[in-house]
Design a protein around this ligand. Structure first.
Ligand code: XMP
Length: 512
């Protein structure tokens, strides 16, 4: 793999994705990983990410200079670029010229990375310190107003770096520069394609489950569990049984989508468990979001265990398939010890007495890769392009406790919003659009001839590439108007529709 060393900024995962978009497999590793441990992974190249610290600050994360003696190609970005410069004898100084945001890069020497790109072009910068002298053997290839050395390379030693962030969309030539490093400097062949991912994953599943092991897979209706199930089915055929737990927290039409569309596409063996009663009983009066998640995670597994017991009758189902994605793994601290922001129920909330071994065929994949794999496996568009929906379902979109009535109200409002957004052709523009019921808030309204005292719903359309960051989507007023009018007309309990215009950060996408 290409290892992306995480220096603590939000950017490491994004860099890893960009490397994958160049069709090269990548993994994020913490900056505390020793050079020996990195070498043990047989890296094709190493990318040092950006980070919030100053290279010279006390306790600032550093790089072992031995890394540059290993012969492994290294690319430094922002903080990683400065670390590289100072480890190899260049100078990093507090230039006094902070640059934050869009800056113009001046290419001073084409070099291997910046040839054939406009000599002056915009890049995204975020730094206080700057490299003032490149290390010996390096050619400085670009500068910017606040960074006299904004890019350098030593093609013979296969080392290079840039002060700017090539991984963000605001650096329009960044992806090309990254690809050139991987291809033309590091000499890596791009072979991380959907077909190869399927092949490798199917092999790995067969190895894990063995020749006679049986597996059970929970379908949530989402793309992740569908693709995970389809991969496992490809690997072990009818030794896989899919279980769909209808926990009563689903959106309108979702049960039918699983029972009809997915089964039609895969021919998989499917069992549906009616668990609404249990979930609603366990969730009654629970208001705390993390508690909701823990209960749902626990009951979800319990439902599986029950189904597995019924199914296996002595033969035993040993494996549980989960659609855990790479960002979940990293966010839950599996990657870098990053703060556990929300305990995603499919990673953090497993009960201690779990009786299955987990099969997680998507554990190394980003969302867009999951979709590509789904298409490769022949799943229909309606499943592959489905917008994300959280495992805990509508329970974390009711602010307050969960009840059947509240769920029915929210389900209808959500269906209306989705219908209108689809009708407006916005499905691809919008990453997802939670509709949130503020069940404990009431406001006065006037509907028909009388005064009402109802609840607001929040519409939260967001645009995102990976759910790590998001911006609120500028939905046309006419569409918002239709959503608002229809919801207040058709949902008796609701007399107000409000729009969430918060980006992430600071807000998360979901309200809980
Ligand atoms: P946040 O709210 O953290 O959401 O910005 C990021 C993405 O994750 C989804 N999400 C969840 N998915 N279990 C899930 O499977 C959860 O507990 C959970 N919480 C949030 C959310 O819908 C968004 O796509």
């Amino acid at each position: 793999p290409v290892l992306v060393v995480d220096y603590g900024a939000q950017y490491a995962q994004l860099i890893a994705r960009r490397v994958r978009e160049a069709q090269v497999y990548s993994e994020v590793v913490p900056h505390t990983t020793s050079v020996d441990d990195m070498l043990a992974k047989d890296p094709a190249a190493i990318v040092l990410s950006g980070g919030p610290a100053s290279v010279y600050a006390e306790g600032a994360p550093s790089v072992d200079p031995a890394l540059f003696e290993t012969g492994v190609p290294v690319f430094g970005i922002c903080y990683g670029f400065q670390l590289m410069a100072s480890a190899l004898g260049g100078t990093v100084a507090h230039t006094g010229d902070r640059e934050y945001g869009r800056t113009e890069l001046q290419v001073t020497e084409a070099g291997r990375l910046h040839g054939d790109i406009p000599e002056a072009h915009p890049v995204w910068m975020s730094h206080g310190d700057g490299v003032t002298a490149a290390p010996e053997g390096f050619t400085t290839t670009a500068s910017s107003p606040g960074a006299p050395v904004a890019a350098f390379e030593d093609v013979d030693r296969r080392l290079a770096g840039v002060q700017y962030h090539p991984e963000v969309g605001h650096s329009p030539h960044g992806q090309l520069v990254l690809e050139r490093f991987l291809r033309d400097v590091a000499g890596i062949r791009p072979d991380w394609t959907a077909a190869n991912i399927v092949e490798e994953t199917v092999e790995a599943i067969r190895a894990q489950v063995g020749p006679s092991g049986r597996a059970i897979c929970g379908l949530s209706g989402g793309v992740d569990s569908a693709v995970a199930a389809a991969l496992v089915q490809r690997a072990i055929g009818d030794r896989l049984t899919c279980v769909f737990v209808d926990h009563g927290l689903l959106r309108e039409g979702e049960r039918g989508q699983v029972e009809r569309d997915f089964v039609a596409a895969t021919g998989v063996d499917l069992v549906t468990v009616d668990a609404e009663e249990v979930f609603l009983r366990e969730l009654a009066d629970v208001v705390d979001p993390e508690e909701k998640r823990k209960i749902i995670g626990r009951e979800f597994i319990r439902s599986f265990e029950g189904a597995a017991r019924d199914l296996a009758e002595g033969e035993g189902v040993d494996f549980l398939v989960q659609g855990t994605l790479y960002p979940d793994v990293v966010e839950s601290g599996g990657g870098t010890g990053a703060a556990n922001i929300k305990s995603h129920h499919n990673v953090g909330g497993l009960p201690d007495d779990l009786q299955f071994s987990l099969v997680e065929p998507l554990r190394a994949l980003f969302k867009d890769e999951v979709r590509a794999v789904g298409a490769e496996l022949g799943l229909p568009e309606s499943i592959v392009q489905r917008q994300p929906f959280p495992g805990p379902g509508l329970a974390i979109r009711i602010i307050g406790s969960v009840s059947a009535d509240r769920l029915a109200t929210l389900r209808r409002a959500d269906a209306i919003a989705r219908e209108e957004l689809t009708a407006a052709g916005l499905d691809r523009t919008i990453w997802q659009c939670p509709v949130v019921l503020l069940a404990d808030v009431r406001s006065v309204g006037v509907q028909g001839d009388g005064r009402t005292y109802g609840h607001p719903v929040v519409i939260r359309p967001v645009s995102s590439e990976d759910a790590m960051t998001a911006d609120w989507t500028r939905v046309p007023y006419e569409t918002l108007e239709r959503i608002s009018t229809r919801i207040t007309n058709e949902c008796a309990e609701i007399n107000r529709v409000v729009l969430d215009v918060t980006s992430k950060p600071p807000g998360t996408i979901e309200w809980e």
